[in-house]
Design a protein around this ligand. Sequence first.
Ligand code: COA
Length: 162
Amino acid sequence: MLPPAGPIDPKYVSLKLAEPDQAAEIAGLHAKLFNPPWDTANVQPLLEAPAAVAFVARLGAPPQTAGFVIGQVAADVSEIISIGVAGDWQRRGLGRILFGAFARAVTRAGAKRVFLDVAADNTAAVALYSALGCTEVGRRKGYYVRFEAHAVDAIVMTKALA
Ligand SMILES: CC(C)(COP(=O)(O)OP(=O)(O)OC[C@H]1O[C@@H](n2cnc3c(N)ncnc32)[C@H](O)[C@@H]1OP(=O)(O)O)[C@@H](O)C(=O)NCCC(=O)NCCS
């Protein structure tokens, strides 16, 4: 069953810790959302890393891959490496749900802070992180190099975790 229109009630979301054998599923969604896309070989090592913390979100029956978050935690610091929500499910609260799941998991593992990089022209992601209380702490000039496009700065953002 699909969730009704409007904000997604978390009870409709199957949110599972992502294991390395979900690399192809996550790469399939990543490729629809990012330039350059990642393939399974890019995603798998991120999920295999001892410090990895990652979730995949599925919705509907049969389940569709609706979102993912991949990051890592080391001592009291954590980092979101990538987060994405499928186009059909965007702007319905799933990004918030994924960020929240990641923040809870890394907090349990001892993290006191989360860091992330976001492309300066990615207004949706900057808005998401700002709405979640992340603030800018730096910039990396020309960090994102895209196929047949100009390089874009990365904004480094951070948030203290409760
Ligand atoms: C960024 C992304 C993950 C957001 O996921 P999402 O599920 O659509 O986000 P949510 O519905 O949880 O949005 C939460 C809040 O973020 C902000 N926001 C999210 N998308 C926005 C948009 N397109 N424009 C403006 N604000 C936006 C809003 O404040 C929103 O709250 P509101 O809907 O109550 O106003 C999604 O757009 C995405 O996957 N984009 C492509 C991949 C990507 O760029 N990932 C981030 C890389 S750093």
